[in-house]
Design a protein around this ligand. Structure first.
Ligand SMILES: [Zn+2]
Length: 339
């Protein structure tokens, strides 16, 4: 049997092709992709490559789908267990279940894994980067990476768990909590999710975006107060945004380095005396851990983070080229792809 997929053989190009359908290994499952989300990272990965990209590769790290086949060990566990658990236990999954795929595969034993930062696992394998992802009709994932999607969520809502998880990791590293003011640079899909998640955590977020229409979508007509923030999070890959954000920190403030920069923009002058005298912190944030996926799905399920109004386009996977151009030109908000 074959499946349709997007294949990147060399950086800068992709093709829509057919490839043999693989069988899951004993600890893996075969998932029929219902929907995948497109994000700027996919644009970067295809156009200019990425630190973690191993070619040839099927991209796609935001995946929700239905379990169609289980590896022998998963099958055995599943038939033994009758209770579904929301943890790394694979027991309880059945064929036909809707699952969200945490995109990382981690070792569980290294210092980062033991510290709860699976995204920094020294042998991290990321779906869509090191292993094939969801821009296809089917994807294979280890059972321990799956999170059950509760019946009150549809596939489109659940697929926001991946970008929202990355936002939750950033908010955690920024120590965002009740009463804190949060400046978010960017009002695209990530900036909007950061805003909504910060609010759900009891903080007071405000977005700064040169595209006023986008910022106004979040804030109504209010313009940005010319103030300082307890936490600044940069969700645009722009050097000037970082230069601005670092000047807007309160004493003890934290600047979260959420968006990567192109290699040409990577070096920024930072006043260490500013950090010294104001006891400020610079902290990086990259990806997310499994538990952020669990937290994200529950925030979406109980309505604390709304996602439905962020979907601007639903497109067939065959239109990936056009969809990438829209992401590049910042047209629309969240684009969902259907295989
Ligand atoms: Zn590890």
């Amino acid at each position: 049997m074959e499946m349709k997929c997007v294949m990147v053989r060399q950086v800068g190009d992709f093709e829509i092709t057919r490839t043999p359908l693989q069988n899951p290994l004993e600890d893996e499952v075969l998932i029929q992709v219902e929907v995948t989300g497109l994000c700027r990272t996919d644009l970067k990965l295809i156009r200019v490559g990425h630190r973690d990209l191993v070619l040839p590769r099927i991209p796609g790290e935001e995946v929700v789908g239905i379990i169609r086949k289980m590896g022998s060990a998963v099958e055995a566990l599943s038939s033994q267990a009758r209770v579904k658990e929301i943890d790394t236990s694979v027991a309880g999954f059945r064929e036909g279940d809707r699952v969200y795929v945490y995109p990382g595969v981690w070792c569980g034993n290294c210092p980062s894994c033991l510290a709860g930062a699976q995204n920094l696992c020294r042998s991290m394998r990321v779906m869509g980067f090191h292993r094939d992802g969801g821009f296809a009709e089917y994807v294979i994932a280890p059972a321990k990476s799956l999170i059950a999607v509760s019946p009150q969520l549809n596939a489109e809502q659940a697929v926001f768990a991946e970008p929202l998880s990355c936002c939750l990791n950033a908010l955690e590293l920024g120590d965002v909590g009740t009463g804190k003011t949060v400046g978010v640079w960017g009002a695209g899909p990530a900036g909007t999710l950061l805003h909504r998640a910060a609010k759900a955590l009891g903080a007071r977020p405000f977005n700064i975006d040169p595209d006023r229409r986008r910022a106004e979508l979040i804030h109504g007509a209010t313009s940005c107060p010319d103030t300082y923030f307890d936490v600044c999070i940069v969700a645009v890959g722009s050097k000037s945004a970082y230069e601005a954000a670092i000047t807007r920190l309160n004493p003890r403030g934290r600047l979260v380095v959420f968006s990567g920069l192109s290699p040409a923009d990577d070096q920024l002058p930072v006043s260490f005396n500013q950090l010294h005298y104001n006891e400020q912190t610079l902290v990086g944030a990259y990806g997310c851990s499994y538990r952020h996926g669990v937290q994200a799905l529950s925030l979406i399920a109980d309505g604390r983070v709304a996602v439905d109004d962020m979907i601007s386009h639903r497109m067939p996977l065959d239109d990936l080229g056009a969809a990438l151009e829209m992401v590049e030109n910042r047209r629309g908000m969240k684009i969902l792809l259907y295989p």
